[in-house]
Design a protein around this ligand. Structure first.
Ligand SMILES: *Cc1c(COP(=O)(O)O)cnc(C)c1O
Length: 402
């Protein structure tokens, strides 16, 4: 019997991959044995000394961890609380996604895989995957919607520079959903040597748990940094933006059991919750199956997935990972939403007050500050999931209003 069935902590799924009513692995038979291989091995490999040693060393010397927990003095003054920023934007490649791809490439190596595939929407996960494939000298194929390739040309060039092959998906809407379908088709037709790196805390079991554990380094460091520098056990609040949910899962992970810590996720509500152009899945979704996983998703009455909208490509996902669906349903975490405009304003505010240009995704977390009533003595940690260089083109269109 495995540990999780005897004593299941709130941050881990049961042995079938369920967090409460969400999760599981709903995949065609041809994929079941591939997942079984991963399911039977991932936890043991993650727990091995050799794995942990190599993972921690790469996180330190290659990724640049621990990332600072920076006290944002001007922002703190404005919102009248102690606001600390977890600087994932300072990691190699500029976002938290690298924590996950470094971990999964080590896992793939230990499973004897020679070829890596991934899908990417905005290109961030594709770049993080191409990076670790170059590092480990493994063949890398990235599926990307043809339309996304046009919109995200700098990231396509980065992936190619790193030696990856970027394959355009020309079917359907030519975006993330189609790239995902083609990656899955590739996985099915290359059953022996290929490993599929999923980039968020989504997909069939065990991926959501695997990704959450690899990103948990974020909350592990926050906890240590708070204890060392503020002589406290934990912060009062942790705030993170939520697309599929990996940076938030990592920032929450070690605080989920400590009920005194308020956990706040921020979804993207695009043009507004009621506008029909939104990505606030928890607020608008209903239970269904997407990418092999039972989760809340935005769908029509007859089960067609509704195209999400957010100004930030990384939050533009019609579902949300099962851990967050469970934390929402159980009330353990609270989920707010921020519009495109609110995220834009928050990005300008952070840039002008602290000299830090955030990724548009991360800016949604900062938009929560104006929606919360903070107390002066409170310690509030915001996970700054990535840097904003990639979003300058979008920010530019806002300059006249700023
Ligand atoms: C991809 C991305 C996100 C959204 O993904 P999660 O899995 O929800 O974390 C958030 N921030 C940045 C900077 C990203 O690149």
């Amino acid at each position: 019997m495995n540990y999780t069935t005897i004593c299941q902590p709130d941050n881990r799924p049961d042995s079938d991959g369920f967090y409460g009513n969400f999760g599981g692995a709903f995949v065609p038979e041809m994929l079941q044995h591939k997942l079984l291989e991963l399911r039977e091995n991932y936890q043991q490999i993650l727990s091995e000394n050799g794995f942990q040693k190599q993972f921690q060393k790469l996180l330190r010397d290659y990724v640049g961890r621990p990332t600072p927990l920076y006290e944002a003095v001007n922002l703190s003054k404005k919102y009248d609380a102690k606001i600390l920023l977890k600087r994932e934007d300072l990691t190699h490649t500029g976002a938290h996604k690298i924590n996950n791809t470094v971990g999964q490439i080590l896992l793939a190596q230990r499973l004897g895989k020679k070829r890596i595939i991934a899908e990417t929407g905005a290109g961030q996960h594709g770049v993080a995957t191409a990076t670790v494939c170059a590092l480990m000298q493994l063949e890398c194929v990235i599926y990307m919607g043809a339309k996304d390739m046009q919109r995200q040309l700098p990231n396509v060039l980065r992936m190619q520079m790193l030696g990856a092959e970027v394959r355009p998906s020309k079917s359907g809407s030519q975006t993330l959903k189609d790239a995902t379908n083609e990656a899955i088709r590739d996985w099915i037709s290359n059953p022996i040597d290929t490993y599929y790196i999923i980039g968020s805390a989504i997909g069939p079991h065990p991926y959501p748990d695997l990704v959450a554990q690899l990103q948990a380094i974020i909350s592990q460091e926050i906890k240590q940094q708070i204890q060392q520098n503020f002589d406290r056990e934990a912060p009062d609040k942790v705030i993170a933006c939520v697309g599929g949910g990996s940076n938030a899962a990592g920032a929450f992970f070690h605080f989920i059991e400590n009920k005194k810590v308020e956990l706040i996720g921020v979804e993207a509500s695009g043009m507004g919750i009621e506008s029909g152009k939104s990505a606030a899945t928890l607020h608008l979704g209903s239970k269904g199956i997407l990418h092999g996983c039972m989760i809340p998703l935005m769908q029509t009455a007859d089960g067609q997935v509704i195209e999400p909208h957010s100004i930030s490509a990384g939050l533009d996902y019609p579902g949300i990972g099962p851990l967050h669906a469970h934390l929402f349903e159980s009330g353990r975490a609270k989920y707010l939403h921020a519009t495109d405009q609110e995220a834009m304003d928050a990005a300008f505010e952070l840039s002008r007050l602290e000299g830090i240009i955030p990724a548009l995704e991360s800016a949604h977390a900062f938009a929560a500050l104006a929606k919360l009533k903070l107390k002066k003595e409170e310690i509030v940690v915001i996970n700054l999931s990535g840097r904003g260089d990639k979003d300058l083109e979008t920010y530019k269109n806002h300059f006249s209003h700023a």
